[in-house]
Ligand binder design. Structure first.
Ligand SMILES: Nc1ncnc2c1ncn2[C@@H]1O[C@H](COP(=O)(O)OP(=O)(O)OP(=O)(O)O)[C@@H](O)[C@H]1O
Length: 291
C-alpha cells in the first residue's frame, strides 16, 4: 500500500470457528478522505474495523495503519469512537477528558460551552447525544491522523448529528483520513466515497450511484395504500412502506400490477431507481436465498 493510504486492508478474512465474518476484503482510506462503510446488521463492518485497528487478528490477509501494522505506536496516532463509545461511565466528563489526555500525554482539551454545565456529571448519567460529543472530544484530543467512527451518530437528534458531521468534515479538511459506519443514508451522502458490505464481503464501492448500480424499484401510488400494502405483503412481495409511500425493490412492475389488480386495488405503478437501502435489502435477500 502507498503513502496515500492511512488505513487499508488487503484480502482480509476473519473467521470465528466455521463462520466467516469478513471474507477477503480489500479497501483503503486516504488522508483527508471521508469513507463511509455501509451494510446491514451483521454484515461484518465492526469486525473489519477491529482488524484495521489491530484489536482483532486477521485470519488471513494484511491490514495497514499509517504505513505499517496496527501496533501500539501507530494506534496512538489514530482516534476511535466505538459503538459503545469507550468512555468511563462512572467518571465525570472532566475526568474522562483528563484521563484520556494523560494517557496520550497531551493537554486536556477545552470543554465546549454546551458541555460546561455537565463537566462534573458522570458520563453514565448524560443523554446519549452528550455522551457522543464527549467520545468525539476524547478521540480528537491527541490530534489523530486517522479517525475511525463506528455508528458515531446512532440515537442522536438531527441537530447534534449535523454538528458531529461538521466536526468530521473539519477533521478531513485538515488532512485526517476518516472511516465511518452509519445506518443513516443522508449521512452516507456526505461521505467522499462509500464501501458496501454484505455477508462479510465487499459488494460495492464508489459513489452512491456506483453502489446502487442498475438496481430498480417500483413505486406504488394509491389512495388505498394500507390495503395495497396488505395485499402485496400477503402475496409474499418484499414491500416497503415509508410513510404512505409503497416501494418494492428489484421487482417486475407487471407482477405488482397483477397482485393489486387481483385485490381490486387501483394504483399508479412507476418503475424508479432504487435507493441505497433498497440495494442493501436486495443484497440481503440474494444472500438469504443462497444460504
Ligand atoms: N467474537 C465473535 N464470535 C463469533 N461471531 C462473531 C464475533 N464477532 C462478530 N461475530 C459475528 O460476525 C458477524 C459480523 O458482525 P459485525 O459486528 O462485524 O457486523 P456489523 O456489520 O458491524 O453489524 P452491526 O451493524 O449490527 O454492528 C455477525 O454475524 C456476528 O454475530
Amino acid at each position: 500500500m502507498t503513502s496515500d493510504v492511512v488505513l487499508g486492508a488487503r484480502d482480509v478474512t476473519r473467521r470465528f470457528g466455521d463462520f466467516t465474518a469478513v471474507d477477503s476484503v480489500s479497501m483503503t482510506v486516504g488522508p483527508g478522505e471521508v469513507v463511509g462503510l455501509l451494510g446491514a446488521n451483521g454484515a461484518g463492518k465492526t469486525t473489519l474495523i477491529r482488524m484495521l485497528l489491530g484489536l482483532l487478528a486477521a485470519t488471513e490477509g494484511v491490514v495497514e495503519l499509517l504505513g505499517g501494522p496496527p501496533d501500539q505506536t501507530r494506534r496512538a496516532r489514530m482516534g476511535y469512537v466505538p459503538q459503545n463509545l469507550g468512555l468511563y461511565r462512572d467518571l465525570t466528563v472532566a475526568e474522562n477528558l483528563s484521563f484520556s489526555a494523560g494517557a496520550y500525554g497531551v493537554p486536556v482539551p477545552d470543554i465546549p460551552a454546551d458541555l460546561h454545565g455537565v463537566r462534573t456529571t458522570l458520563v453514565g448519567d448524560l443523554a446519549l447525544g452528550a455522551q457522543r460529543q464527549v467520545a468525539f472530544l476524547v478521540a480528537l484530543a491527541h490530534a489523530p491522523e486517522v479517525l475511525v467512527l463506528d455508528e458515531p451518530t446512532s440515537g442522536v437528534d438531527a441537530l447534534s448529528r449535523a454538528e458531529l458531521w461538521d466536526t468530521i468534515r473539519h477533521q478531513a479538511d485538515n488532512g485526517v483520513g476518516v472511516l465511518v459506519t452509519t445506518h443513516y443514508m443522508e449521512e452516507a451522502q456526505q461521505c467522499d466515497r462509500l464501501l458496501l458490505m454484505a455477508s462479510g464481503q465487499l459488494v460495492g464501492s464508489g459513489s452512491e450511484d456506483d453502489i446502487i448500480g442498475d438496481t430498480r424499484a417500483v413505486a406504488v401510488r394509491t389512495s388505498d395504500w394500507s390495503q395495497a400494502f396488505a395485499a402485496l405483503n400477503d402475496a409474499g412481495v418484499p414491500v416497503i412502506l415509508a410513510g404512505r409511500a409503497i416501494r418494492v425493490p428489484d421487482t417486475d412492475p407487471a407482477d405488482i400490477d397483477a397482485v393489486l389488480g387481483a385485490a381490486g386495488i387501483t394504483a399508479d405503478i412507476t418503475p424508479v431507481r432504487a435507493t441505497i437501502e433498497e440495494r442493501m435489502l436486495v443484497l440481503a435477500r440474494e444472500h438469504a436465498a443462497q444460504s
